[in-house]
Each structure stands twice: as C-alpha cells, then as structure tokens.
Design a protein around this ligand. Structure first.
Ligand SMILES: Cc1ncc(COP(=O)(O)O)c(C=O)c1O
Length: 437
C-alpha cells in the first residue's frame, strides 16, 4: 500500500496516520508521548484527522480555541495584518499592540495598568515572577495543585513535584498552601512575601473551584503584609468562565475585586500564540527598561488577532452564552450514568468518573468522535470552544456515556499519576470507524 495519499480536504499529499505518527516520533522530541491522532483541519467546533474522521472538539486545544477552528473573523484578521505589517522589533510600537494593551487593562476593571506581551502562558508567568522580585522581596505563596507552566520560573511555582524535581534547583522561595483554605493562606504569608499566586479555578488539578470569598481573602492576606496578588488566568481568562477574567465572579470588600497582576494566554489568541502579563496600578511600573524583553511578544500580527478575538466575544455576546451553555452542559453531564460529580464554571467543566478510568474513557470517547481529556486519573475535562451550541453537543452525550461506562466496566486501567496537562502517554487507542466527511 502506498505510504501517501491525497487529502480529501486540501488537495495536498499527506502521509497515512501510521506513517505520520512514526515520522513524528522520529523527528519531534518525546515530551508528550505518541499523538492520539494526526489532525489535518478544523471548522467551527469540529476537527478532522488525516483519515477523514470528524471529531467534536470539546477541549479546544486545552481551553485555547475560544472561537473554534478557522473562525472567519480570525482568518480575516490574520490575513489582513500579515499583509500589512506582521512583525517589528520592540524598538517600535504598532497600533494593534497599543490598542490591545489598553483594551486588556480596561477589561480587568482597573483604572490603570501596563502590559508585557508574551507568546505563551508560561512566559506571561515568567514576566510576572520577575516583576515580583522588583518589590525587593522574594517569597511566593501559592497553592498545592497549582499549574503555572514549564519554564524554569513558572515551574518553580508549579506544585506537582514530578514536574519540578528533575530540574531543581529552581528559582524562588516558594511556599505551597492548601488551595481554597483562606486561613492557611493567611498563615502562609509574612513580611518577606512578594506575591500570592493563585489560579481562580485550578484547571490542571481537576477544575477545582475554591469556596466563594477565597480570592477576596487572598486580596486581604496580600494587603495585610504588603504583598502583590497575582492571579494566573491563563486557563480561566478571556471569557472561559463567562466573565472576562475568573476573578470577576467575586467581589472585593469595597467594590470589585482587583488583583495586582493578571496573567493570560490560551484563549487570548484563540489559537494564535499570544499571552500577556498585566500589571495593575503600581505593579504596572515595577519592571524598568532593560529588565525584561522578548522578540515576538506583542507583535502586530498577534495583537491584531487578539483584538479580533476580543471583538467577537463582545459583539456576539459570548460571555452570556458561556454562562447559559455551561449551566446546561453541566446539567447534561450530571444526568450521564457513571458521572459521580460535575463542577466548574462557564465552559471549564470537570466530570468525575470511576477512580482511575478517566484516561480510558477519554480514549473511547475519541474513538467515538468526541475530544475531551483526562486532567486527573478520575476526572474528564471539557473546555470547548466558546461558540459551541447545544445542538452540537447533544449527539456527544451518548458517546461520553458509553465511554464512561465502558471505561468503568474495564476497571481502573491506568494508575493514578497526578495532574496531566495533557502530556502523558495516551496509551493504546482502539480504532473504529468514525463519522467521515
Ligand atoms: C493556569 C495555567 N498557567 C500557565 C499555563 C502554561 O501555559 P503555556 O502552556 O501556554 O505555557 C497553563 C497551561 O496549561 C495553565 O493552565
């Protein structure tokens, strides 16, 4: 059999899935394990593999593709800006960059702030980490279960020892306290604390939602010792939970809750790599000329795409849609046999399944044409495009139900290994005929 065939979709010559997977293994570093599928294209909430099989994407590149795949406004903005001015060095400013920075600060609800643009969440956190050092203090208090990325700085804050230990010593004077426990947080901070670092909802730990009032308590704890409050909104930000930022579901003591630093990435570019470290109030002025830098961060192409993402979320009233669809989808999942519990906010949703079966359930769901992921051995995560409609998800519910029941009937096929960030070896995947285009 020929090792190559014509793609039905783009007219190009592509390899077989098996051949491409073998080439991937030979050419790409093995940090993620073998790929589950080789994907060729996407449209709206669907993606297709190189064999022509269609999948409903309920993961959106792990909370990234907020506007689904190949959204016409994103395609147009990318094309328009690439044809006008794609990149300049940071010796120069561009209008999209200035506009995006102003827009992000305004969305936080703060009266003033300044932005450092990056290409990813870890880089946004790296910038924020450096910014905290400019307080003259070094201590960081953060939470057990937290995930902040894989650069040496971001890794230093990440809780899972398996991610950190091979790379120690890491920078920082970091203390982990139990997530959601306001008293433990207060006890953890002192006069050496530069910043408290928290996710408004812990994504990789299994979509862990803290008790109401927790972020307000974090704000007070930071204020009491003169520390910064830094919220990592890389997964929760840009509409994912039904507000622009996850912290906006909470109120402060005297009005809206405001952190000092917000880090974002994932949904901001809806697939285009762009992130931001947003310093609010005085925190926006801590980093001085020469103290941080980037070649690509905030280039006009990335900024124009991100502005378009914000425009579409606003003009199509997606935040309201995320809240109502999230509630409906959570109800649907609660009714699925084998789902022991559902939690989350907006379109960041976790479904607890029988212990140790999440990975097998995700694999069976994939065979059935539905993409979700196991963010812990016991938990499936859904973080679909914000543009998802209920009629699209309806046919996926029986697929998920079958996957969950088959996985639990098969027993706990995969040992507990902690939060996955999607990079664990996906194991054996049954192949079966899927809906083809
Ligand atoms: C809360 C949080 N922070 C930071 C990161 C790291 O982002 P990136 O993978 O873009 O470096 C992630 C990625 O999953 C995340 O969920």
């Amino acid at each position: 059999m020929s090792s190559q065939r014509r793609s039905a979709h783009d007219g190009g010559v592509v390899g077989t899935a098996e051949g491409l997977t073998a080439r991937y293994s030979g050419a790409v570093m093995n940090t993620f394990g073998p790929p589950k599928r080789v994907l060729s294209h996407g449209k709206g909430c669907y993606v297709w593999d190189t064999d022509g099989n269609r999948y409903l994407d309920l993961l959106a590149g792990i909370a990234v593709n907020a506007l689904g795949h190949a959204h016409p406004a994103v395609v147009a903005a990318t094309t328009r800006q690439a044809g006008r001015l794609g990149h300049v060095s940071n010796f120069f400013a561009t209008e999209p960059q200035i506009h995006l920075a102003e827009r992000l600060v305004a969305l936080t609800g703060a009266v003033d702030g300044r932005v450092f643009f990056t290409n990813s969440g870890a880089e946004a956190n790296e910038a924020a980490f450096k910014l905290t050092r400019r307080t003259g203090r070094r201590g960081i208090v953060t939470a057990v279960g937290g995930f902040h990325g894989r650069t040496m700085g971001a890794l230093a804050l990440t809780s899972n020892p398996a991610y950190r230990e091979p790379f120690e010593p890491l920078p920082g004077d970091v203390t982990w306290v139990p997530y959601g426990d306001a008293d433990a947080l207060r006890r953890g901070v002192d006069a050496d604390t530069a910043a408290i670092v928290l996710e408004p909802i812990q994504g990789e730990a299994g979509v862990v939602v803290p008790p109401a009032g927790y972020l307000g308590a974090a704000r007070r704890a930071a204020d009491e010792v003169g520390a910064l409050l830094w919220l990592d909104e890389v997964q929760t930000g840009i509409g994912r939970t039904g507000k622009w930022f996850g912290y906006q579901h909470e109120q402060g003591a005297e009005g809206p809750l405001l952190p000092d630093i917000v880090t974002v990435a994932k949904g901001l570019g809806a697939g285009f790599p762009v992130g931001a470290c947003i310093g609010l109030g005085a925190a926006g002025s801590l980093l001085l000329p020469g103290q941080h830098g980037t070649t690509f961060g905030g280039n006009p192409l990335a900024a124009a795409v991100a502005l378009t993402v914000l425009d579409v979320i606003e003009s199509t009233r997606l935040l309201e849609h995320v809240i109502s669809l999230g509630e409906r989808l959570s109800e649907d999942l609660r009714a699925v046999a084998g789902v022991a519990g559902v939690r989350g906010r907006g379109l960041l949703i976790a479904a607890d399944v029988a212990p140790g079966t999440a990975k097998a359930a995700a694999a069976v769901a994939l065979d059935g044409g539905v993409i979700v992921n196991e963010c812990t051995p016991d938990t499936l995560r859904l973080a679909p495009p914000l543009i998802l409609h209920h009629h699209e998800v309806e046919p996926a519910l029986p697929v998920l139900a079958t996957a969950i029941s088959m996985a639990s009937a098969g027993g706990a096929t995969h040992p507990s290994r902690g939060a996955s960030n999607g990079e664990h070896d996906p194991g054996t995947i049954r192949r079966s005929p899927l809906e083809a285009t």
